[in-house]
Design a protein. Structure first.
Length: 448
């Protein structure tokens, strides 16, 4: 795998954007064997341009309106070529260049009647276009910098690229690239164009327009698993023959084929603005992430959660995290959900909560207080293991004449600060006797 930065667009090429690409690829585990920057290969690009020029397949365009990268004139309609420049004698062209007059180097597109440029795309099939409909596109700008068309083809040829797989928006460029390859004496690679990723409103995904939601590192920082995010990305515009959804990297590699790529654009269904972090992302991506989380071994998931917990300021040991992880694995969709699903395990004292949450269904504050006082007495003498806790608290509920749910809810809120929490007995076992009794005491005081 070759990583090549097509960074000839100076304005858009920043250290920040490059670092984001590197970070995203490394997080996804997409390593590479060789690395190149297109901006450092200008000599190679100009060498190809010169070879094409010497074969008479390119010409100098001294027209001021055409000395930049532009392939369109300032006039209305499509500009194809300037006869005065295209038909200028070599002697006149050399004289003006020697005099220092700026020029763009343009490809001399064949314009004979019936001349057709064709290639077979692995996704879109047979493609052809009349040469008479292709403009004489620029190879070099007036400052000597190569255009995207020239630089890409020169690098593809030099690096012996076998397959060029890129967005469908480049399909029209490929006719120009076929001409460049053939003019430079190279057989064109195999082309495959992918459907575009578009926003819910149908516009092409763009960082300028849609912000961080299109950046891979945003998903990393939100708590996506790299293997789950790759799974999601692969299903944007492609599907396996058996319509599987959750797939490992090995399964994706085995099942992938260019023939399975769709021609229709793929929609990334994120929300703007979102009311919760989870809503920011495509819900299929979130669902897939939850499925992959559930498929992780407990020790693996625990190791992935621990840095997030530490970064949030919680002093949690690996052993404690390993105890907590099985209780929340089914309750989290993103890794960062650990901070809201399990925070009460990591603090000595609970943050403030609404005391009315302690009151059980069809009960009152007096019932809640009675339950908590009974629980405090019972739990002081019981072994903090799942089965003994279960038996002791159910027996206490019978003694009080309340339902099990009316017994359990006040205790759950007292020790967790919320109704929605993992299983009560497992939670008490992990919290331990000292912390459990202290929290029940605090809750009782709220009701007294």
């Amino acid at each position: 795998m070759i990583l090549r930065l097509d960074d000839t667009d100076v304005e858009r090429n920043t250290d920040e954007s490059v670092n984001s690409i590197f970070e995203g690829l490394k997080w996804l585990g997409l390593g590479w064997d060789e690395e190149y920057k297109q901006s450092e290969r200008g000599a190679l690009h100009r060498q190809m341009a010169e070879a094409i020029f010497q074969r008479g397949l390119a010409y100098r365009d001294f027209t001021p309106a055409h000395t930049g990268d532009s392939e369109k004139s300032g006039t209305q309609g499509t500009w194809l070529f300037n006869p005065g420049m295209r038909e200028m004698s070599r002697e006149e062209s050399d004289r003006r260049a020697a005099a220092g007059e700026p020029f763009a180097l343009r490809f001399r597109v064949p314009r004979d009647a019936g001349q057709v440029v064709r290639f077979t795309d692995a996704v879109y099939g047979e493609q052809m276009k009349a040469g008479a409909d292709i403009e004489d596109f620029a190879l070099l700008r007036s400052d000597g910098m190569p255009t995207y068309h020239l630089a890409s083809c020169a690098d593809d040829a030099d690096l012996r690229i076998s397959h060029i797989i890129r967005g469908q928006d480049h399909l029209s460029n490929t006719f120009k690239h076929v001409l460049i390859f053939e003019a430079a004496g190279y057989a064109p690679p195999q082309f495959a164009h992918l459907p575009l990723l578009v926003a819910p409103d149908g516009t092409k995904l763009s960082k300028r327009r849609h912000g961080p939601v299109v950046s891979v590192t945003t998903y990393r920082d939100a708590g996506f698993l790299p293997e789950a995010f790759i799974n999601f990305l692969c299903l944007l515009g492609w599907s396996p023959k058996d319509d599987r959804t959750k797939m490992s990297r090995e399964e994706l590699i085995e099942a992938f084929s260019l023939e399975g790529i769709n021609r229709a654009n793929a929609v990334v269904n994120f929300k703007e603005p979102a009311t919760t972090p989870e809503e920011t992302f495509d819900q299929k991506a979130v669902w897939l992430n939850a499925e992959h989380i559930r498929g992780l071994a407990i020790d693996d998931l625990s190791q992935r959660l621990l840095p997030i917990v530490h970064d949030a300021g919680f002093n949690v040991t690996p052993e404690k995290m390993l105890q907590v992880t099985p209780l929340i694995r089914e309750r989290i969709k993103l890794l960062r959900d650990v901070l809201t699903a399990a925070d009460f395990f990591f603090v000595d004292k609970l943050p403030p909560y609404d005391p009315t949450e302690l009151i059980p269904q069809k009960g009152d504050a007096a019932m809640a207080l009675e339950v908590l006082q009974k629980a405090q007495a019972v739990l002081a003498d019981v072994e903090f293991k799942h089965d003994p806790l279960d038996q002791a608290l159910r027996a206490a509920a019978q003694e009080l004449g309340v339902k099990a749910g009316q017994m359990f809810q006040p205790i759950r809120v007292a020790v967790c600060g919320r109704k929605n929490a993992p299983g009560l007995f497992e939670t008490l076992e992990v919290l331990g006797k000292e912390k459990t009794l202290a929290r029940i005491e605090d809750a009782s005081q709220k009701l007294a």
